[in-house]
Design a protein around this ligand. Sequence first.
Ligand code: ATP
Length: 239
Amino acid sequence: MTEPLLRVEGLHAGYGAVPVLRDVGLSVAARTITAVLGANGAGKTTLLRTLSGLLAPTAGRIVFDGADLRGVRVERLVHRGLAHVPEGRGVVAELTVDENLRLGGLWRRDRADARRALDEVYHLFEPLARRRQHAGHQLSGGERQMLALGRALVARPRLLLLDEPSLGLAPRVTAQIMALLQRLRDDTGLTVLLVEQNVRSALSVADQGVVMSLGRVAAATTATRLRDDEHLRHAYLGF
Ligand code: ATP
């Protein structure tokens, strides 16, 4: 069996003395989309923050592309191919669309490829191309989400950690973003860990699903099974 791109074992993390993640284990194969589902407060955002190095685990291992990430500085994680688009999007309001996107590629030595990646993002997100010189705060919610996603893509990640991309977006825009994730997986081999409250739309594009409950992994199986198994749906997803 091939080694998964991401393997998490016995992960514990929390805020100060408050434990949130308890013994989390998961495995993500390359070129797949994994939906991370679960009720409010289940620990989904905390999981992404821990994987992207923003929060230090108190125990456990995170193995990315065969290497243990313990002790690796946040900025080095980006160099290794990990990108995190946090909930709330993190667009710099005072900077223009173009400046925000360039931030994503600033560290890259291969300047020619950084420029190519930027062009690709403008090609993927037409509205951003039309608003290159607009400031972040002038964009709509959907455009800000595209910008946050675009900035992550300029770094050419192998693993994209995406927190609630559909938050506050019209269903049509959400559908576009989900379709884009599928296309990136199929065409460029991108691997995605997708936290979503919008269970149906996440499962419509995901290959597998991980359901979190009270900081633990309550179920991990294929997206098809989570969609079709009434018992699992009732027990964990409430529909
Ligand atoms: P949501 O969908 O509401 O974002 P979630 O599954 O992403 O939920 P987390 O945001 O990871 O859940 O929160 C898990 C737990 O950690 C919650 O009980 C929350 O109150 C707590 N928590 C989150 N952020 C902090 C923080 N900065 N300091 C202390 N506790 C926090």
